[in-house]
Design a protein around this ligand. Sequence first.
Ligand code: ADP
Ligand code: MG
Length: 423
Amino acid sequence: MKVLVIGGGGREHALVWKLSRSPRVDKIFCAPGNAGISEIAECIDIKADDIGALLNFARYEWIDLTVVGPEAPLTMGIVDAFKREGLRIFGPDASGARLEGSKVFAKDFMLRYGLPTAEYKTFTSYLHAEEYVRLKGAPIVIKADGLAAGKGVFIAESHDEAIDALKKIMKEKAFGDAGSRVIVEQCLRGEEASFMALTDGDTIIPLATSQDHKRIFDNDKGPNTGGMGAYSPAPVITHETADVVMKTVMNPLLKGLKREGIDYKGVIYAGLMICDGKPYVLEFNCRFGDPETQPVLMRLESDLFDAMKATAEGRLKDINISWKDEASVCVVISAKGYPDSYEKGKVITGLDTLKDEDNVVVFHAGTSINNDNIVTSGGRVLGVTAIGKDIKDAKENAYKAIDKIHFDGMHYRKDISDKAIKR
Ligand SMILES: Nc1ncnc2c1ncn2[C@@H]1O[C@H](COP(=O)(O)OP(=O)(O)O)[C@@H](O)[C@H]1O
Ligand SMILES: [Mg+2]
C-alpha cells in the first residue's frame, strides 16, 4: 500500500515512523516532510495547505491512504476534496474540523450536548465584552474564535490584562477575522492533560493519555509555545477519570456529531483540565497533538496503518489497540529565540550516534538538508523521544540522548515529566 502523510513536523515524523513499521505499507510519501522524515519516506515539495496539488499528487501516484497531520488543511476542506474524488483519507471533513477551527462552534456544541466545560459567553461587540469582564472579574480567560497558531488565548490575572486582551483581539485585530468573535470564559484551576481518541463516527477508541508542556522555560515559566515536551501515560488521568472522560465527553460528543449529521472520521483530541479529579474540556483539536503524538506512538504496540485505514473506512469496530506497559518521554529542542523569531541554518551534530539505540528515537520537527549537513529550519527543531520502564527511566534515557546532540543556540527544558514523577 502507498501512503501519503501531509505535514512536516515532529508529529508527522512520528506518524511516518510508525506507519513504516507496518507490513502492509510498501511506500510512504510526505509533503513537505523534513530531513528526518526523508530517511524513511520520500519527501515531496508540496505545502501542507496546497489542497489542489496534494489531490493531483494522490491521484497520479494512486495513493491508498492519505493521512493529514496539521489542522489547517482539515479546516480548509481537504477531506471533502479527497472524498469527492473517491480517495481514501484519514481526518474529519470541514464540518467536523470546526470543532477546532471555531472555538465558538466547539463551546456551543458542548453546551448543546452537556459536555463539562468552563462557563462562557460569546461577543462580537467590544463594549459588551468589556461589560461582561467587569461583571465577572479576574482571573478570566479571553479567547479569539478562530485559528491563531496557539497565540489567541489570554489567561488574564487582572482586570487590566483582560481589557488589554480584548483590545488586542477586537480593536487592533491582531488575529484578523479569527478574532471577529471572542469568548470570555471562567478560569479553571487544575492540571492539564491530553486525551486523544480514534473515531469513525460510530466507534471510539481512546489512545494512551499524555501531557504536554506549553511554556518555554522550566517550571512552566515564560511564554507559551507549540509544546516543549510531553510524556505518556499521564498519571493525572487515572483509570476512573478516563472512564469519566469517555462517559461525559467522548460518548456525548459522538452522539452530538451524529445528531448534527457530521461524519467525523479521524482523531479527536480533547485538551482537558482535571480539577479535583473531574475533567473539563478546554478545547478540541481535530488532529494528533504535537508533541504528544511522539511519546504516544512510541508506546503503540498495534499496527497504526490498519487502525487508520479502518477509521477512514468506518470499520473501527474491527480494530483492537494495544499499548506497551513502558512509559515514554519526549523532550523538544528548540532554536535560539523561539517562540519569537528564531535562528535558522545551524548545523546539527551527534544524530548519527543515536541511530542504533533501541529505546530512543529522535523525531525531527524543523530540520532540512544543506550541503549534506542536517541544519535547523524551524523553531522547534527535534523531539528526542525515549521509552523506559517508567517515566523516570524514560526521562533519563531522553536526556542521556540529548547530551550527544549539539547545535548553536539549542534550548530545551530540563524538567519534562517531573510533574508525573513527583506524583
Ligand atoms: N478556561 C480556562 N481556564 C484556565 N486555563 C485555560 C482555560 N482555557 C484555556 N486555558 C489555558 O490556555 C491554553 C490554551 O488554550 P486552548 O483553548 O487550548 O487554545 P489553543 O491551544 O488553541 O491556543 C490551555 O492549554 C490552558 O493552559
Ligand atoms: Mg490547546
